[in-house]
Design a binder for this molecule. Structure first.
Ligand code: SF4
Length: 205
């Protein structure tokens, strides 16, 4: 059954399918382009995201945006979402049950957004998205795998990079890999020259 984006948004805003609906201020659905070749998926909204109703708008989101800008991604190239659309209280990790319930909506979102590349931001997003609890981030990050016709790349969550700045180069390399894959698949045109890693640190959460 085909569902329109507006109907999907309405469904999300009215959703009370899991307990997170009771404490949310906003249902956080996406930012970027509705239809986009690349989807970034985090674990869930934080306080800023809950307040503004947009994903990845705090300090971690600013870092992600900085890297995307530096690699020449425009708003039309990506769609940013989370495994769960409502903020878990105190920023706790979403439970498996909450993730499983909300993944029904994420599945619809993927069908509408039609990405070819899906980037999983952080171990929790990877585990909740794939169901694989055993993988170690050090072993899976930066390596694409294919599933159901999607090219999936696990990488670090930008919030982790803010706490471990010496790892920043790895996230930078992974975002560059996303760009490379998008070009290889003909989803984006090649950049005239390789960009430098940005050094400015985002301010404010
Ligand atoms: S987290 Fe997802 S499933 Fe739970 S209430 Fe929010 S939108 Fe519905």
């Amino acid at each position: 059954m085909k569902i329109s984006w507006n109907d999907f948004v309405e469904e999300c805003r009215n959703c009370q399918a899991c307990p997170l609906s009771k404490t949310r201020k906003n249902v956080v659905i996406y930012r970027g382009s509705v239809v986009a070749p690349i989807m970034f998926v985090g674990e869930g909204p934080g306080a800023n995201e809950d307040e503004q109703g947009l994903p990845f708008v705090g300090q971690a989101g600013q870092l992600l945006q900085l890297l995307l800008d530096a690699q020449g991604f425009s708003m039309e190239d990506f769609h940013i979402a989370n495994v769960v659309k409502c903020r878990p209280p105190e920023n706790r990790v979403p439970t498996e049950a909450e993730a499983k319930t909300c993944k029904v909506l994420l599945g619809k979102q993927i069908l509408i957004s039609k990405p070819k590349i899906i980037v999983l931001l952080g171990k929790t997003a990877y585990t909740l998205f794939t169901g694989d609890k055993m993988a170690k981030m050090t072993e899976i990050r930066g390596k694409f795998f294919e599933k159901n016709g999607y090219y999936i790349l696990p990488t670090f969550h930008p919030a982790y990079i803010l706490r471990n700045n010496n790892e920043r180069i790895k996230l930078w390399k992974d975002i560059a890999l996303v760009r490379e894959k998008a070009e290889e698949l003909g989803l984006m045109k090649p950049l005239p020259s390789a960009p430098d890693m940005p050094t400015a640190r985002p301010s404010g959460k």
